[in-house]
Design a protein around this ligand. Structure first.
Ligand SMILES: NS(=O)(=O)c1nc2c(F)c(F)c(F)c(F)c2s1
Ligand SMILES: [Zn+2]
Length: 257
């Protein structure tokens, strides 16, 4: 008897297994820039990003995205909206169909980008990411929009690895020094709000820090994301459209630098 593995259900069915999908602080959201409130406190205590350049261990295909696994040593962020130090544990992305302009999770005044990178950090007040992942102040995720343009030299060493991890659980070691800070835009302005994981279990544990400026990557680098494969209803296919659409703001405040 050949039992097919259940193909993951789309975002509009997640609430059946994860009721928090209809919660009060779900992510992503549409960022309405005119409603964002400039908070001087964010600039008075600037967001501090101090990553080391040998923290990236491997790239794996999680079945829902690529994931660069990081050894948290010396990869800390603090300041800005954060009340304590958070350590980088992994980064991944979400993207759309080939050549399309949708794919980001957050949108800005309804505008989508072709992809969005997430740098995931956990609060050092907890003993590990497993304990932090479901606490209201457990995680801090920096979101960076990818726009289509010139090649991103800093992203190339990573995007070149996607062809080596086509299937779920495939993994390749990162043998070179790599500093993930190269993926951040030069201008460090951001919006910040309290939200959630954007994939099940959808825990409402994320302080979101969404960079205002996109970084440019080439059409070829966006296409490289489709070297990653996943299960579709009609069998194995190119991984794409792995983004959750914006969720209700539920009266939350979005602050801005
Ligand atoms: N897309 S996301 O909001 O950055 C994000 N999702 C998840 C998730 F579903 C997890 F199970 C998890 F352990 C995470 F660390 C994150 S981080
Ligand atoms: Zn994500």
């Amino acid at each position: 008897l050949q039992v097919a593995s259940p193909v993951p259900q789309g975002p509009n069915k997640w609430h059946e297994q994860f009721p928090i999908a209809k919660g009060q602080r779900q992510s992503p959201i549409d960022i309405v820039t005119s409603n964002a409130k400039v908070d001087k406190a964010l600039s008075d205590n600037p967001l501090k990003v101090s990553y080391s350049n040998n923290c990236c261990q491997s790239v794996t295909n999680t079945g829902a995205s690529f994931q660069v696994v990081v050894d948290g040593a010396g990869t800390e962020i603090s300041g800005g909206p954060l009340d304590s130090t958070y350590k980088l544990v992994q980064f991944h992305a979400h993207w759309g169909p080939l050549g399309g302009d949708e794919g980001s999770e957050h949108t800005v005044d309804g505008v989508t980008y072709p992809a969005e990178l997430h740098l995931v950090h956990w609060n050092q007040k907890y003993k590990d990411v497993g304990e932090a992942v479901d606490k209201p102040d457990g995680l801090a995720v920096i979101g960076v929009f990818f726009s289509r343009g010139k090649e991103h030299a800093g992203f190339k060493p990573i995007s070149d690895l996607f062809a080596k991890v086509p299937r779920k659980a495939d993994k390749v070691d990162i043998s070179f020094n790599y500093d993930p800070a190269c993926l951040l835009p030069a201008r460090r302005d951001y919006w910040t709000y309290l939200g959630s994981l954007t994939t099940p279990p959808l825990f409402e544990s994320v302080t979101w820090i969404v960079m205002k400026d996109p970084v440019e990557v080439s059409a070829e680098q966006l296409a490289a994301l489709r070297n990653l494969l996943w299960e579709t209803p009609s069998g194995e296919g190119q991984m794409c459209n792995n983004y959750r659409p914006p969720q209700p703001l539920q009266g939350r405040l979005v602050r801005s630098t």
